[in-house]
Design a protein around this ligand. Structure first.
Ligand code: CA
Length: 218
């Protein structure tokens, strides 16, 4: 899952980013409203964490522009703790939820996962597919009464595939949702990880469409 974090408080970003990564997200960051809006429109994010007090363009205006442009990516806004007005304005402008500053990371993560679940039509904090049960908290898979711990990349890849069952997804899209922008994006590596997942969970789990991509078989 790929997230956009738009926040100008660099100290907050420094604490948030590693925690989000650990929770299995690829995080791209912008420290101002103009760049944040541009990135949100140009790239394909699964979710956006948007601070409202931003330099260059206020978060509320960014949000309004995104929604007017029919971008329906789930947005979690960060608001001032005591400002109910900000929350109301944010929700009216199309935010999916909010967290008041200062917040505990666990609350932000829970709210973020809730809006992503709603978007992907999931109910609990697990994904299920043909007898595979992926636990998003522990990043393990339960299959045939066995629990298998995944590596970070295996988890991100399987989570993305399980969130989009039946769709043919290109290597480029997969690598975008699995790696950070500044990391080496070698789409051949995707093939290696796809084969690791097949090795763990059965060859027929993921189908290859030559020149098109991969599909989690229903
Ligand atoms: Ca701010």
């Amino acid at each position: 899952m790929k997230l956009l974090l738009v926040e100008d408080d660099t100290r907050l970003v420094e604490t948030l980013r590693p925690k989000l990564k650990k929770a299995g997200y690829v995080v791209e960051w912008s420290d101002n409203g103009i760049d944040g809006e541009f990135m949100a429109m140009e790239e394909n994010f699964d979710g956006i964490i948007l601070d409202l007090g931003l330099p260059q363009k206020p978060g509320l205006e960014v949000l309004k522009t995104l929604r007017q442009s029919k971008l329906n990516t789930p947005v979690l806004i960060l608001t001032a703790r005591d400002s109910w007005q900000e929350r109301v304005d944010g929700l009216k402008a199309g935010a999916d939820d909010y967290v008041g500053k200062p917040f505990h990371f666990e609350e932000l993560l829970a709210r973020l996962e809730a809006i992503l679940r709603r978007r992907f039509g999931q109910t609990g904090n697990t994904l299920e597919h043909n007898g595979l049960l992926l636990d998003l908290d522990s990043q393990t898979v339960n299959v045939n009464n066995q629990s298998i711990q995944l590596t970070a990349i295996e988890f991100r890849l399987l989570r993305y595939l399980m969130s989009n069952p039946g769709k043919i997804i290109s290597k480029t899209i997969l690598s975008e949702h699995i790696y950070e922008e500044d990391q080496l994006k070698d789409s051949n590596v995707i093939e290696v990880y796809i084969n690791r997942l097949r090795h763990l969970f059965g060859k027929s789990l993921i189908k290859t469409y030559r020149g098109q991509g991969y599909q989690l078989v229903n």
